[in-house]
Design a binder for this molecule. Sequence first.
Ligand SMILES: [Zn+2]
Ligand SMILES: [Zn+2]
Length: 414
Amino acid sequence: MKITAITPPETYTDLKRCIECDHVYHRPILRAGEVAYCPRCRMKVAKGQDWSFARICCLACLMLCLMPLAWSLPLIQIRLLGMTISASMLAGVMQMVDGGDIVTAAMVCFCVIGTPLALVLSLIYLMIGKPLGMNLRPVLLVLDKLKEWIMFDIYLIGVIVAAIKVKDYADLFAGYGLLAFVTLTLFYILLIIHLDTESLWQKFYPQPRQALKPEDVECCVYCHYSGQSDARGRCPRCHIKINPRIPYSLQKSWAALISSIIFLFPANLLPISIIYLNGARQDDTIFSGIVSLASGNIPIAMVVFTASILVPVSKVIILLALLISIHLRCEQGLKTRVRLLRAVKWIGRWSMLDLFVISLMMSLVDRDQLLAFTMGPAALYFGSAVFLTILSVEWLDSRLLWDAHATGNAEYTD
Ligand SMILES: [Zn+2]
Ligand SMILES: [Zn+2]
């Protein structure tokens, strides 16, 4: 860690404002492999020289080549009633569309096909756009947002859960697509570790250093530039008007949270999956599905319970508590609240697991009246609730927690 305290009122040319707690610190000079943390909120604020952009682009091109294989080749295969049935990512999405639930299919498609493709194409656009003099700002602005919505890792766990679920009905084999998908997931994790949007901004839109007093340093909430706005009050780097906080953060966060709470009721009360076995129909809600899974495999039932019930419910309770604490200008337990906000940011996406399992199961188990698996009406409400809680966390400006904490002067100490 290379961070030193500043002593006002002198001016400095290397000041930055922390995007999480608004603290002003010296921009550290780091060697490769070194990481700097904010002295106030302990968030990672900078890291030393990392992979070159050329290497990141090579990885993106490799991912682009693997994507059609991972999406279209079978991930798992089963032998059922003398027939071999395959489940691929695209087939699962198409099965949902055929079942009439286009919105839920679009949600699954967005997380495992749309956003990964957009991320890879964005990086390739940056690579070819610079020499052609194209505007790279919109692409740089969406890079960080895309990273949060790509759910390859969760889909992979979904494949394992689906495999365990169908194991009772049929013989199970790994498909060729699984190898491509595991490789794609590993490449994606490597890319996320080494992709630093801040260094890309500095590479494509370098800004001159300004001598500023600490209180004059402004921070752009969109591209995270620290410095002074231009003559028109805009960020000199992304050209969006500089706002000290995310505009309408509390209103947007409340709206998304209240909608997600409303959606969680039908999501848990209506059936999420329907199984036809020899003509008999069996409806399963999220909870009854977990109970029947627990009779065969308790660890997997625990995973699904955590992802489908524990995470969404605790996330809603934590967000409610955080929002109310901001309104009440609560000063107690700031450290705990900051940690809780980081925890819900990290864990929220895992709730999509159940929808991924359903999409795989639908393409695997579809033998008309003998044995069929379809999605119940709760899936749409559940997916919407998960999307809305992710948005609610994204729209909640963490600096509001610090603002509410006295006048923002209180220190965060371990
Ligand atoms: Zn900070
Ligand atoms: Zn900006």
